[in-house]
Write a protein that binds this ligand. Sequence first.
Ligand code: TYD
Ligand code: MG
Length: 452
Amino acid sequence: MSKAKSAFFCQNCGHETPKWLGKCPGCKEWNTFVEERTEKTPKHVVSFSRSSQAQQAVLIQEVQKSEESRIALHDFELNRVLGGGIVPGSINLLGGDPGIGKSTLLLQLAIKEQLKVLYVSGEESEQQIRMRAERLGLDNPNCYLLTETNLQQVLLQAEEVRPQLLIIDSIQTLYTDSVESSPGSVVQVRECTANLLRFAKQTDIPIFLIGHITKDGTIAGPKVLEHMVDSVLQFEGDRHHIYRLLRSIKNRFGSTNELGIYSMQGNGLLPVANPSEVLVSIGSEALSGVAVASMVDGIRPLLIEVQALVSSAAYGTPQRSSTGFDVKRLNMLLAVLEKRCGFRLAAKDVFLNIAGGIKVDDPAIDLAVAMAILSSNADLSIDKTISFAAEIGLSGELRPVNRLEQRLGELEKLGYKKIIVSKYSKGIKGHKHQIEIIPCTKIEEVVRAVFA
Ligand code: TYD
Ligand code: MG
């Protein structure tokens, strides 16, 4: 009798080894290897004999262009993040922390769009989903539900129903009999996705998969999963706040620069059309410790309120705490402020908060963070018509930011009057907006311009 084949797989990154290891050589995580049975497959030998249905090579100019018929969605945020609708036969992966709203987003897609949809759930019962659907507003007379975790059954039902869209919540709960390891394991996830991919390409039915993410924020299961699918969307935000960001990390049919913003309400996720208006408190009186950053996330301009609280350190080690902003970066900025602006690092506690629980990647937020801290430290408020956009270097120099034109447009729309940027930013001269640009080279200069 031959021994069943097995191998050890890192549950974090999918690295495969024949024997157990304590530390994964791929992702350097500890204790992530689990033994999984692998399917016995006959070795394939590449042969050069002509088979009847073999594909012929064609000249690229002679390939027939097919009109890309995307399915446009009423949910304009999702529509935009996907690059203008769902591409037939595409397979899309939605990842995000537990409880962030992945199931809600896709259930909403299932019950609000006028499409024939099959919603497969391996996580909740039919009654639970029905209850949630009623809460969200059940508008679609053509939405089918299936609570099933066996992939073969799911595909059989999909064949029978022939939906225009197939939604799977979640890929980690599916299993196929062709491999013998538990659902959610690397081998299962890979195998199920491969089968779904084949199904999507053969039938032209687009598929949405929900994927769980691991503690470091990557989609659970092998990286291969991300390689296999056509697009990867990430749903993020702070669970204690109402705003959620939908980002595209990979998109074979569109740009990855798009950002969708939703707010989580009692009746589901509502698209936010003017995020800047809700993220900054316009019109209220100026308070110390608040600075407005002019951000661009992907290609979407956003105004964000940075709040800081600086107080005398009560204990030996001063506290640093930050929500929505990297603490290491905060420490670096504090060191720069100590050196350049006489900020007494060792004697102060610093708390930082980005309003709305939003996390931004744009380094242009640096200057607003520094100014909010200085404002709180001196207890001087910053004029409510000023905004900031510059990265700060280690010697306190302001570094230029991109897409100034868009930032100006957004500021103008919301009634801001001034923006402080690096002197070296492109597009300072000759813009057509009613915004005064104050170019500076160093953080000290900004302090003088703002608090003079
Ligand atoms: P859910 O979609 O179940 O999260 P995930 O599938 O990503 O794990 O979302 C769960 C959270 O969303 C839950 O904590 C309650 C909240 N929620 C609302 O605030 N309003 C709503 O209309 C719904 C359906 C959920
Ligand atoms: Mg869920």
